[in-house]
Design a protein around this ligand. Structure first.
Ligand code: DC
Length: 257
C-alpha cells in the first residue's frame, strides 16, 4: 500500500538520488487522455514494478475540497484541509484504488466535477509541493512506474527512464469518447473541448507546467495503435535496463502485489 498523508511541514526538498534506489523509477508524463495509465499499468506488470497514478492524489484532494464546499482558488484553505487529509493509493493490475481518509473513492474521483476541480487545485504551488513530497516518499525505493504531469521534471528529475506520452487532442478525445458508455450523454466535441481546457491549465500554470523533461523520450501516439505504443514503451525500458549492469535492475515478469 502506498500512503500519502499530508502535513504542513512537508516540503518537496530534498530529492532522492538514484544511488539510494535499488530499482529504477520510470516516469511517465503527458496530457490528459494520452493513455498514461494504460501504459503505466502495462509496464508495471511487465517489469514487476508498482504503478502509481499521481493524478489520483490531486483528484482525491479535490473531492475533499468539494465535500467541504471550499473554493478551488483558496490555496491557504486547501492547504489547511490537506493537513487533515490521508490519501492512499493501492496499486492494482489495471490502475490504482484510491482511499480518501480510509474510504474507497476510486469511482467518485473519476466524475466530471472532480476531474475539473483537480485540474483547478493543481495550479497552487504550495499544494503541489506537498504532493511532490508525498510522491517522492512513495517512490524513493524505486521499482515504480509513476505517471502524472511533472514526474520527470519535478518529482523525480533523476528518474532512470522518462517517457512523455503525447497525442493530438482530437485523437485523445476520440479515444475517450469510444471508451465511454455508449449511452453517456456527452458528445465527442464536448470531450475534446474539456481536454483542451485541461491541457491549457496544465501547460500554462506557473508551477511545474506540463512539459517534457529535456531527457525524456517523447512518444507521440497520434498515429499509433495501443499495441504499438505499449511495445515502444517496453523497448524504451528494456534499453535502459540493458544498459545498466546492476543485477537488481534485470527485467522480471510479474504482477503487482
Ligand atoms: O492524470 P489525471 O487526469 O488523473 O490528473 C488529474 C489532474 O491532476 C490533472 O488535470 C492535473 C493534475 N495533475 C498534476 O498537476 N500533476 C500530476 N503529477 C498529476 C496530475
Amino acid at each position: 500500500m502506498a500512503e500519502g498523508q499530508m502535513h504542513p511541514n512537508d516540503t518537496a526538498e530534498p530529492t532522492t538520488t538514484p544511488a539510494r534506489r535499488q530499482q529504477p523509477v520510470i516516469a511517465i508524463d503527458g496530457p490528459a487522455g494520452a493513455g498514461k495509465s494504460t501504459m503505466a499499468a502495462h509496464l508495471a506488470r511487465r517489469f514487476g514494478f508498482l504503478n502509481l497514478e499521481t493524478g489520483a492524489m490531486y483528484r482525491a484532494h479535490a473531492l475533499k475540497a468539494i465535500d467541504h464546499d471550499l473554493g478551488f482558488d483558496e490555496e491557504q484553505t486547501l492547504l489547511d484541509l490537506a493537513a487533515h487529509t490521508r490519501i492512499t493509493l493501492q496499486p492494482q493490475l489495471e490502475g490504482n484504488r484510491v482511499l480518501l481518509d480510509g474510504v474507497d473513492v476510486s469511482r467518485r474521483v473519476r466524475d466530471k466535477d472532480v476531474t475539473v476541480a483537480a485540474s483547478q487545485i493543481s495550479i497552487h504551488p504550495h499544494l503541489r509541493s506537498w504532493m511532490v513530497a508525498q510522491q517522492r516518499k512513495l517512490g524513493e525505493k524505486g521499482g515504480v512506474v509513476m505517471e502524472g504531469r511533472d514526474i520527470g521534471t519535478a518529482v523525480f528529475p533523476d528518474a532512470e527512464v522518462k517517457i512523455f506520452l503525447d497525442a493530438d487532442p482530437e485523437v485523445r478525445g476520440n479515444r475517450r469518447y469510444r471508451q465511454g458508455p455508449p449511452d453517456a450523454p456527452v458528445t465527442e466535441a464536448a470531450i475534446i473541448k474539456e481536454l483542451k481546457e485541461r491541457d491549457a491549465r496544465d501547460r500554462n500554470r506557473a508551477e511545474s507546467p506540463l512539459r517534457p523533461a529535456d531527457d525524456a523520450v517523447i512518444l507521440d501516439s497520434t498515429g499509433m495503435t495501443l499495441e504499438e505504443v505499449l511495445t515502444a514503451a517496453e523497448q524504451i525500458v528494456h534499453s535502459h535496463l540493458a544498459s545498466t549492469s546492476n543485477p537488481t535492475q534485470a527485467p522480471v515478469t510479474g504482477t503487482n502485489p
